[in-house]
Ligand binder design. Sequence first.
Ligand SMILES: C[S@@+](CC[C@H](N)C(=O)[O-])C[C@H]1O[C@@H](n2cnc3c(N)ncnc32)[C@H](O)[C@@H]1O
Length: 254
Amino acid sequence: MADIYFVGLGLSKRFLTNASLEVLKGSDVIYADIYTSISCDINEKTLREITGKEIIPATREVLETKEKEIYKLLDSGKNVAIAVVGDPMIATTHVSLATGARARGHRVSVIPGVSVHCYMISRSMLSSYKFGKSVTVTFPVLDKLDYTPYRVIKTNRELGLHTMVYLDLKETGIMTADLALNYLKKMESDIGDKVILDDDLVVIGERLGCADERVRAMKVVDALNQKFGAPPHIIIVPSRNLYEMEVEGLKCLS
Ligand SMILES: C[S@@+](CC[C@H](N)C(=O)[O-])C[C@H]1O[C@@H](n2cnc3c(N)ncnc32)[C@H](O)[C@@H]1O
């Protein structure tokens, strides 16, 4: 029996916890998930420096379809860590690897990390009790847009809830907040249920956890004309029924 650890790295080096570092240093093999999120200063090279260990970059293919490679290591008695930017189980896809390892008799541990999800809720000062389902705006495939984000925001709006909107991350590019809002506006013009209107408020987080992070609340129409910093970006579409305290909290954003 061996151990597999799903280790959250936080959003940047400053947010890497001692708990995560300890586990990484004690593991025989470290895979770095390099496809579900991105950090301004944690990458293969910095992980190698921080842990003093070899790092295997793991794409979606390795972690999702070549699980056998990891099971083989575990079966041979090696302890394996899967290092993930943010939290290893929030808005990622690692559960099947965990359940597969457990089914083979290995111990599974999760070391939580500071997730962009919690970070953004905290920085926005919106009520954490009022978040509905989260969603990702994805790049069109063969020119076809996926309208799921529009439908999710609509349902959350009907329930008076906020929506956390993640943006697509592909080897070919990272989606920016202005591009995501353009896609949402296109969905609005195609469907017309008044879900994303020019005067609606959005809260945009840029490069959270980095020295140049920004969190700003603005109208959709203003966001469409903004120059944002380099990605990653994230968007909250707040409910149209804000508590008084939430309105005041949003005024504190830098
Ligand atoms: C699929 S989520 C993965 C979340 C990660 N597991 C976590 O717990 O932080 C990745 C998306 O979150 C957003 N994101 C991640 N890190 C970010 C950051 N530091 N600043 C702003 N947005 C970020 C981007 O939209 C990115 O494409």
